[in-house]
Design a protein around this ligand. Sequence first.
Ligand code: ACO
Length: 325
Amino acid sequence: MLPCSILAGCGGYLPERVVSNDELARTVDTSDSWIQERTGIRQRHFAARHETSAFMGAAAARAALADAGATPDDVDAIILATSTPDQAFPATALRVQADLGVKRGFGFDLSAACTGFIYGLSVGDALIKARQATGVLVIGSEVYSRILNWQDRGTCVLFGDGAGAVFLRAGADDGPANRRQGILSTHIHAQGTLGDILYVDGAVGQPDKPGHLVMNGREVFRHAVTRLAEAVDEALAANGLARSDVDWLVPHQANRRIIDAMGRKLELPAERVVVTVDRHANTSAASVPLALAEACRDGRIRKGQLVLLEALGGGLTWGSALVRM
Ligand code: ACO
């Protein structure tokens, strides 16, 4: 029998500085009402100089370990999803490893834009099932404020900074999906031919091009609604579960309208959909674990409940994870 991956703890970190829509509107040609109407965003957190992806990722990981009652000695793999690493190398995951004082195992960064955390869960679960790891930190950590184009009001108002993390612990697989705990399934997808609808136009490997985020918002919106709806059906079908079995939807926090569409698709009442986009904006790979951590911490999501996580992002990448808490 294969081990299963128990989601033993989660945690998050948000930079201290909060920036309201009104504050943004002082330097960007926009307004609080435009941003709220189109996206549901009221504010976002922006990182200070010292709040890098490694710094925030380590803080979120510490919180996840504490929530799980685990220590750095229990960790043997660190997967850090980010599009905004501290350096090209070493991997930001290894800066976190050093910061936490983890003394064994391995770590690496994962690039799948806003779907990075779902990809990370999928890889972490596979490592546990392959018996290559028994304690995996999966982290999403982003400082999008450093790659935004402040001349492009269509994108710079949408994003924020932050980090979220979970600790996966190997557990005994105790049978069929309706009784099993932990990650029941993950499904991850990509379509490279859609790379030009959401991308960063540079990187450290390119001369004179640090890179800024570029997006065709309408195209992303169109694909998000279709692909995420398919991902939801796929996850339920793979586990022989019905929409009514899902207790909570924890979606990627890009846009209130996409989140609401997914809630309707699952026929879930609004109070069963975790929403943070109003306060965090879009924190890319950090958005799902930050939302999960918030709803676990405040007691909404409880042990034994079925939680559906989903995300879509640049690549195009998308995917889902179904987790019994
Ligand atoms: N403030 C005021 N006006 C603005 C702003 C702004 N910040 N941004 C754009 N506008 C104006 C445009 O200039 C345009 O004006 P015009 O009609 O005079 O030319 C008008 O608003 C409409 O612009 P659109 O870009 O067509 O706006 P749209 O209605 O498509 O909304 C949005 C943009 C919210 C990004 C939408 O496309 C969307 O929801 N996309 C989904 C993708 C998304 O949320 N991406 C986030 C990151 S990707 C991810 O995480 C999956």
